[in-house]
Design a protein around this ligand. Sequence first.
Ligand SMILES: Cc1ncc(COP(=O)(O)O)c(C=O)c1O
Length: 367
Amino acid sequence: MQKEVTPFIPQTAPSYGHKEREAIDLYLQSNAWLTEFEKTIAFEQEIAKRATTTYASVVPNGTIALFLAFTALGIKKGDEVIVPNLTMIATPNAVQLAGGTPVFADVDSESLCLNPDEVARLITPRTKAVCHVSLGGRVGRMESLMELCREKGIPLVEDAAQAFGSSHRGKPVGSFGDIGIYSFTPHKIITTGQGGALVTNREDLYQAIERLKDFGRLQGGGDHHDHLGWNFKFTDLQAVLGLVQLENLDERIDKKREIFAHYQSQLTDVPGVTMLHTNLEETTPWFIEVFVEKPLALASFLKEQGIGTRPMYPAIHTQPIYAHIQGEFPVSTHAGAHGLWLPSSLSLTPSEITRICNAVKEFLRFV
Ligand SMILES: Cc1ncc(COP(=O)(O)O)c(C=O)c1O
């Protein structure tokens, strides 16, 4: 008799199907130019609609979106940008790419987002922007942060790479700052393979972004350049994919919330496991994180059971590339050292989640 093989559950996987295939096929039959054109404009309009912003501009990825956000705000050598000490490495690296210096603030333990009190402590005359990161789709103390930035006259950038589809008090994440950015890599709520977007209500910033992403010109097709710029344009091929993915964004959001709720209902009372309090009315969870004493041991136990995981981002100051950073960061250090991301794909079924949770409980000798 054939031995039954338990299927491997990956930590993450993209979600697309026949509608995407059909849309791309149809587009390719139209002798289209493939590069940024009408499909991209339509995609941008939909992004702006979801973000409730006046403008949206799409670019090759979230890192470039961050770079353009900082550059459009005029960040240059000697300028400081305050970022959380718990984020994907692209956040501080994009500050550096723009020529600035990232300054690291610890995060709040409830949300793992920027702690405004820490930000206030770090502001100097060189601080030229603050960058909030919606880690896992959460927001934290946005009102306090906005008030602080307003009081000090410092622009606020929202790195909402993981948070497209999340809102805070009814307002889409990404629309609070001077500029917000999203990412559309395969493990985000919608994907275009690679891809990113900037959203803003400020016309001056939008014009600057549009110039910067197209060789410094505002009118494509010509070769007159009075500004410095590069080629960070999107492609219509990706926009076709993105437009189809947007069609069922609400279902995707509901699915993510259901996945989180399933995990929560099975893990909340398990001694030795902590999950973050998450308002599922507003948050679209990204990767499902749990905090345990020994995340690496849990990861290898789960791997033996055919379950993929990923350790959470280490606190930035513990990364070799940022080892020179001085300071006390107890919250981000703890989260980075104890966080583990469990399988989080949109395709996860309730029975797979039960299998994962049972394995976690078995590891912790709970059952
Ligand atoms: C918080 C955060 N910022 C920036 C990025 C970079 O986005 P991209 O991978 O599209 O360059 C990511 C990617 O996951 C992210 O999670």
